[in-house]
Design a protein around this ligand. Structure first.
Ligand SMILES: O=C(O)CCC(=O)C(=O)O
Length: 296
């Protein structure tokens, strides 16, 4: 009661000097400021450096109308902004998505320049009984493995982060990028990215998904192909020579994601894929294979 009375006395004396509206306004201001700073500190949230970014993404224009988006307080490892990463859903069999303009032309060029001096003939994983000689000609591109940490321009770091977001698979599960160059006539015959233990021996982990970032356009040929897309040809025993099937034409900066495994962790037969031979021009692509656990 005592404190109530004394608060009341101060309130009324302020009212006398400033007027009621000014008092209510300043009380509301301090309440709101106190509430938000306490909330932010207790959640250890980084206030975005460019506050505008967060605000801009709180609404989107859809068919001429402004639609408000709800920005929530994120968990410790979440984002305090809303991301918009456009994609086209390409297929259920295999589960494949296309991400137009996933990377910028500058990022692509910088990855090519970083990789170019280190290219070596690409190799394939060997099944029991296979040799380098017996598998010669299956994959004729040149390539190099590059980790995000080796790229001072940070392009690979930014792309790896973005891939983790769209796949919802942790960065730690990704193998280093395999940057590939195909010149005229070079190709990769249809194959699976996931290794069957019965063919390749016991594996520490399995490849769940593959993300291909096209680093260049190709004048002709060089499409990524899925000969068994939708299972139709698969059921009919379609042959899998390049280049039949559902084809994706490389375009600089675009990304292709597909899953090699079904949700029950068995290999999706329709994830068979390859690269058609380049007919004209040169193809550059960076592949990120993502495993079911931390790699290596
Ligand atoms: O180059 C492509 O389009 C396909 C590459 C590929 O199949 C792979 O890296 O596993």
């Amino acid at each position: 009661m005592k404190s109530k009375g004394s608060k009341g006395g101060r309130h009324w004396s302020l009212r006398g000097r400033l007027g009621l509206p000014a008092v209510i306004l300043s009380c509301s201001f301090f309440f709101v400021a106190g509430f938000f700073s306490a909330n932010l500190l207790s959640q250890n949230i980084n206030i975005p450096k460019a506050g505008v970014t967060a605000r801009q993404l709180q609404s989107v224009e859809e068919e001429g109308e402004t639609v408000q988006l709800n920005l929530l307080t994120p968990g410790f490892t979440g984002d305090d902004f809303i991301s918009v990463i456009p994609f086209q859903f390409l297929s259920w069999r295999p589960r494949a998505l296309y991400f137009p303009k996933f990377a910028t032309a500058e990022q692509c060029e910088s990855i090519i320049n970083l990789s170019k001096p280190h290219l070596r003939p690409s190799t394939v994983a060997l099944r029991k009984g296979e040799t380098r000689e017996s598998t010669k000609g299956i994959r004729t591109s040149y390539g190099v493995f590059v980790s995000a940490s080796e790229d001072k321009s940070e392009a690979l770091d930014q792309i790896e982060e973005k891939i983790a977001k769209v796949t919802r698979l942790p960065r730690e599960n990704g193998e280093p990028f395999n940057v590939l160059r195909y010149e005229t006539g070079e190709k990769y015959d249809p194959h699976y990215d996931a290794f069957k233990a019965s063919e390749f021996g016991p594996q520490k982990s399995t490849r769940v998904a593959s993300f291909l970032l096209y680093l260049s356009d190709v004048e002709e040929g060089g499409e990524t192909t899925f000969p068994y897309e939708d299972g139709f040809d698969y059921v009919r025993g379609h042959d899998s020579r390049p280049c039949n099937g559902f084809k994706i034409r490389p375009r600089q900066g675009d990304g292709l994601l597909f899953y090699s495994l079904f949700p029950n962790n068995t290999i999706d037969p329709t994830s068979l894929h390859g690269s058609c031979p380049v007919i004209r021009g040169e193809k550059w692509v960076a592949t990120k294979w993502i495993r079911d656990q931390e790699y290596p």
